[in-house]
Design a binder for this molecule. Structure first.
Ligand code: ZN
Length: 327
């Protein structure tokens, strides 16, 4: 494997995110990295890919920078770049929680649990494990027995927790997310609101847990959703299972594809066969879109397209509703 994917964040005061982002973008482009970095007054959050040398130079630069010298990197090996372009953008927040009164993780946050501590703790019956990611992330993989809040996005999770307070009463509450950044704020929020008894978070997130030689990703079911072209990555190295379900027929599946309608782009889990049968689309409307990418990519003749559209009209295809993020 020639490439590496770096995942990292750091809550640190950045006075002028606009200027910082513009300069950092130039630096990353000069290095040859690709990826997505967010910069806010509260810090930095990024995923970038590059070859060994490019990523090594980036880590070295950041670790020599006075503001980021303590910032840990999660490193994945990869066959290719995980992004097509390099973006570095200023944002009001690193994670979109939109609280009326914001949380500073340096002031309040849940206890950090190492992967070893986490593995033990989540097996305790007085513990509630809360997944604070988006629903489409949970659907392709999660910790066994973790609670999935009935929300579409992270931003709606606080309201859901307040409505379901009784689930957490008298319990130890543990939160997890991909790399840990969402938990820093969310566990702080749980603490401030007095939810549950003893708030903890998986330090370094699922990405760190997967690589820990002691835990080896155990008690994780399915794969982990990632925000780059890989879409999912394996976590459980001991006894992997599949929890994702094919969008069209509900059979076990962990293959995410984008809807063929370029204006929709919803992510759906489906087999190659089902993708083909449904012209790569998440809905009838998307299948019939004049710029359907699936039809164009395979140059499908008109009679075949008509035949498939007809069989879609005759199936219960129109009733499907569980669709991932639209980009
Ligand atoms: Zn669609």
């Amino acid at each position: 494997m020639k490439y590496r994917v770096l995942l990292y964040y750091h809550y640190v005061k950045i006075e002028d995110p606009e200027t910082f982002a513009a300069e950092h973008l130039k630096f990353c482009k000069d290095l040859g990295l690709k990826g997505r970095i967010l910069v806010a007054q509260e810090g930095i959050n990024g995923t970038v890919s590059g070859d060994f040398e490019q990523t090594e130079r980036y880590i070295e630069y950041m670790n020599n920078h006075p503001m980021f010298k303590d910032m840990p990197f999660k490193i994945d090996e990869a066959n290719n770049h995980a992004f097509k372009k390099m973006h570095c953008r200023p944002r009001p927040e690193l994670v979109n929680l939109s609280l009326e009164e914001d949380i500073d993780p340096h002031e309040i946050t849940g206890d950090y649990l190492t992967p070893e501590e986490w593995y033990e703790a989540i097996q305790d019956e007085n513990t509630v494990v809360l997944d604070v990611r988006n629903d489409y992330e949970y659907d392709v993989g999660h910790f066994r027995g973790a609670i999935k809040p009935d929300v579409t996005t992270f931003r709606d999770t606080p309201e859901w927790v307040l409505k379901n307070k009784e689930l957490f009463e008298g319990k130890r509450v543990l939160t997890y997310c991909t790399g840990g950044i969402r938990c820093e704020k969310f566990s702080g929020w749980l603490k401030r609101e007095g939810i549950g008894e003893n708030i903890g978070q998986l330090h370094g997130g699922i990405a760190t847990y997967a690589k820990n030689p002691a835990s080896q990703g155990q008690l994780w079911d399915g794969k982990m959703y990632v925000f780059d072209e890989r879409l999912t990555v394996p976590i459980n190295q001991v006894n992997p299972t599949i929890v994702g379900k094919d969008y069209y027929d509900g059979t076990p599946c962990e293959r995410y594809v984008n809807c063929a309608n370029p204006e929709c782009n919803a992510q759906i889990l489906c087999s190659e066969e089902n993708q083909d049968k449904h012209l790569g689309a998440c809905s009838m409307e998307c299948a019939e879109h004049p710029r359907n990418r699936y039809i164009m990519k395979y140059n499908l003749p008109q009679d075949i397209v008509e035949e498939r559209l007809e069989s879609m009209r005759n199936s219960d295809f129109s009733n499907l509703d569980q669709v991932g993020p639209r980009k």
